[in-house]
Design a protein around this ligand. Structure first.
Ligand code: SF4
Length: 338
């Protein structure tokens, strides 16, 4: 059976034509799906014969919601879903002044092994399909009754380790016949898989790119992120520069601050040196404590001082506002199953 939420409009057209129907019917079916319809009989402008055929050969994949946690302070909701094969994933709905946003997972588990991250404890289970990434947004819209206009791919998983499905997801959500979410309202966050940064610049120059940096020397970064062995700073930073030059877009560098590891004045100065002359912005994130990581967080005051050093050296920097901290929905706290 085909999950229709995996299909881009062109693929939907091919399918509908193979069912002996004209291509324009694909647009109708596609737009019903992204209006949130999950029953073919609700597609009132689609002929009965096609609705029956679709019901026989396809389905509209849903996620089974196992748990919703609602923040008492800021409207954040954290969802735990079960996939068809029993794997579980999480996503987080957040309210901002500029509108609603969802942080989605791109894989069940992750094999990147970042030491401060709860999502990688059991390694990679599997890649998510485009439809499974998309359904996280659709289920949150159905649950909240609110439209979501912004997406960050920053939940469990390394999106560039599942590039093809993430690419299909981006094309589906951006389609004007469906959700019509602008590429500029979407951010993809990577731990720094260099060849994929190049491909991303080529295929999605409008989508925002965030890079998890977290360290200013190979020693520090490598101790937190195993990926640094394969793509050390003298490979990653030039790739980032090339990205900004090719796309004209600013990169956001995510920098999780860990007490006594990467939070000194010297770290701030080195960070400014690494990023000098690049179109970029630094997002400082005081570590969200994951009990078993053994790392300790920094105060917001220290994060503010670090930001000031960066600013004084011409590097724009902000300290991330914490949403959903009371329900462990903050960055680096997503985990499988609890
Ligand atoms: S921080 Fe991201 S890339 Fe690193 S292990 Fe966690 S989910 Fe994977």
């Amino acid at each position: 059976m085909i999950n229709l939420r995996n299909l881009q409009l062109k693929e939907m057209e091919t399918l509908i034509k193979s069912m002996g129907q004209p291509a324009f019917r694909a647009k109708q079916v596609f737009s019903w799906i992204y209006k949130g319809v999950t029953d073919f009989d609700q597609m009132t402008n689609v002929p009965k014969v096609l609705r029956d055929k679709l019901a026989e050969e396809t389905y509209i994949g849903r996620l089974k919601m196992l748990k919703v946690q609602k923040s008492k302070t800021d409207g954040t909701r954290k969802y735990l879903y079960e996939l068809e094969d029993g794997n579980t994933i999480e996503s987080v709905f957040m309210k901002y002044k500029y509108g609603n946003s969802i942080c989605v997972s791109s894989q069940a588990g992750c094999r990147m092994g970042c030491r401060f991250c709860a999502s990688t404890r059991n390694g990679l289970e599997r890649d998510l399909t485009a439809g499974e990434i998309l359904s996280q947004l659709m289920e949150a819209e159905a649950d909240t009754g609110e439209k979501i206009g912004h997406i960050v791919i920053m939940g469990t998983g390394e999106p560039f380790d599942n590039f093809d499905n993430v690419a299909a997801f981006l094309r589906i959500v951006n389609d004007k016949n469906g959700l019509n979410i602008g590429m500029r309202n979407i951010t993809v966050s990577t731990c720094g898989l260099v060849p994929m940064i190049e491909r991303f610049a080529e295929e999605f120059p409008q989508v925002n790119l965030a890079i998890s940096l977290h360290g200013t020397t190979d020693e520090i970064r490598g101790s937190m992120m195993p990926v640094n062995k394969k793509y050390p700073l003298d490979v990653l930073i030039p790739a980032c520069k090339a990205y900004t030059e090719k796309t004209g877009r600013r990169i956001t560098f995510e920098y999780t601050m860990v007490n006594g590891v990467n939070d000194s004045d010297a770290d701030a100065a080195r960070l400014a040196g690494l990023l000098r002359g690049m179109l970029c912005h630094v997002n400082l994130i005081p570590l969200n404590k994951v009990a078993e990581s053994g790392f300790d967080t920094v105060s917001r005051k220290r994060a503010g001082e670090f930001a000031e050093i960066l600013e004084s050296k011409g590097i724009p920097a902000t300290v991330r506002r914490e949403l959903g901290a009371d329900i462990d929905a903050a960055c680096g706290q997503l985990r499988l199953g609890n």
